[in-house]
Ligand binder design. Structure first.
Ligand code: RI2
Length: 320
C-alpha cells in the first residue's frame, strides 16, 4: 500500500502494482515491461504543477511498484532505467523524458529476448528434449528460435506447484508445435534420463553466478547434475542483481499459505505450520551455462559482465 505521506498515484499505476502483487502479471520480463509502462502512464496523467512535485510523484510511483514483489530484480532494474533518465527543467519535459525512457526500455527488452533466444537455440540440437520448470518467456524464446531454425524439439514440462505455471508453458509450447509431456514436479528425476537439457529462466542472477528461480529449480539442478544432464539458464541481463556485487543477498519472496492449502483443508488437517517460499537459489556449480542477449556465459564469469553493466553499485532513484 502507498505510504500516507506519498502523493496520490494514477489508477493505471495502482492497477499495475496490484496485478504484479497478485501475480496476474507475472514472469520477471513481463513484470519489468509492465512497471515501465505504468511509470509512463503516471507521467502522462500527472497533475503535478511543479517539477519538484512531478519528481516526488514519480519516486512515489517507483516505491509503490518496488514494494510489490521482492525477488525479481527486473522490477527495480526497470525503475532504475526509467527514473534514472527522468530529466528536464519543465513538467512537460520531465513527462516526455519518462515516456521516452519507458518506450526505449520496452523495446530493449523485446530485442534482448529475441537475441537471447538465438543464442539459446544454438545450444539445442535437432531432436533434443528439454525439461522445463515454471514458465519463463526467456526460456521459451530459446525453444521458439530453435523451432524457427527448423529443429524438432520436444518438452517434458513440470507442472510447478503451487501455482502450476507449467500449464502456461505447456500451452505456449503447443502453440509452437512442440510435443509436450506434462509431469508432476516429483516425477522430474524419473524422466531426466530422457532429457538433453534442463532449460529454466531466472528471476535474479547473483554476482557469484547463483540463479534465483522458482522454488524447485535447485533440486532439479542437483538431480540433473547427478544424471549428467546439462542445465541451461535463459536470463536477460536485466535479471542481474546489482546489489549482490556489494555483498547483499537476494530476498526470497514468501507467498500466502493459502496457495498450498485451503483454509478448509488446513482446519481438517489440524494445527500445522505452512511455509510457501516462491523461489530458491541454485549454486553456480550446478549450472552449465547462463544464456543472455550478450552471449552465453559460465556462471562464474557473470560477475565481470555485471561490473561492466552496473559498475560497483546501483542507484535507487525511487529513494532519493
Ligand atoms: P521470464 C517466474 O516467476 C519464474 O520463476 C520464471 O522462471 C521467471 O519468472 C522468469 O520469467 P513468477 O513470476 O522473465 O512466476 O523469463 O513467480 O518470463
Amino acid at each position: 500500500m502507498t505510504d500516507t505521506d506519498d502523493p496520490a498515484l494514477c489508477d493505471a499505476l495502482e492497477e499495475t502494482a496490484e496485478a504484479i502483487a497478485t501475480m496476474e502479471t507475472r514472469g520477471a520480463a513481463t513484470i519489468a515491461a509492465a512497471a515501465a509502462e505504468a511509470l509512463a502512464e503516471q507521467a502522462r496523467e500527472t497533475d503535478a504543477e511543479s517539477t519538484a512535485a512531478f519528481r516526488e510523484t514519480m519516486r512515489a510511483a517507483g516505491r509503490r511498484l518496488y514494494d510489490t514483489r521482492p525477488t525479481a530484480v527486473s522490477l527495480p532494474n526497470a525503475l532504475r532505467y526509467v527514473l534514472g533518465r527522468m530529466d528536464g527543467s519543465t513538467v512537460p519535459a520531465l513527462q516526455s523524458s519518462v515516456v521516452e525512457a519507458a518506450d526505449a526500455f520496452r523495446t530493449r527488452l523485446d530485442t534482448a529476448q529475441d537475441e537471447l533466444g538465438s543464442v539459446g537455440a544454438n545450444r539445442l540440437r535437432d531432436g533434443d528434449t528439454v525439461m522445463t520448470h515454471c514458465h519463463s518467456t526467456d526460456a521459451l524464446a530459446c525453444v521458439e528460435a530453435a523451432v524457427e531454425q527448423g529443429k524438432d524439439v520436444s518438452a517434458i514440462v513440470k507442472e510447478t506447484r503451487p501455482r502450476n505455471q507449467g500449464h502456461i508453458t505447456a500451452r505456449q509450447l503447443r502453440e509452437m508445435g512442440v510435443p509436450v509431456t506434462l509431469v508432476v514436479d516429483s516425477a522430474a528425476r524419473r524422466y531426466l534420463d530422457e532429457v538433453d537439457h534442463v532449460l529454466v529462466g531466472a528471476d535474479s542472477i547473483a554476482a557469484d553466478g547463483g540463479v534465483v528461480n522458482k522454488i524447485g529449480t535447485s533440486g532439479l539442478a542437483v538431480n540433473a547434475r547427478e544424471r549428467g544432464t546439462p542445465i541451461m539458464v535463459a536470463a536477460q541481463t536485466i535479471k542481474f542483481h546489482p546489489d549482490t556485487l556489494t555483498g547483499h543477498t537476494v530476498e526470497i519472496e514468501m507467498r500466502d499459505e493459502s496457495e498450498l492449502v485451503s483454509d478448509e483443508e488446513r482446519a481438517d488437517i489440524g494445527d500445522i505450520d505452512v511455509e510457501n517460499p516462491a523461489f530458491d537459489v541454485t549454486p553456480p556449480r550446478y549450472v552449465d551455462a547462463i544464456v543472455t542477449e550478450s552471449g552465453q556465459f559460465p556462471p562464474e564469469s557473470i560477475v565481470t559482465l555485471m561490473r561492466e553493466l552496473f559498475g560497483e553499485s546501483a542507484a535507487k532513484p525511487w529513494e532519493e
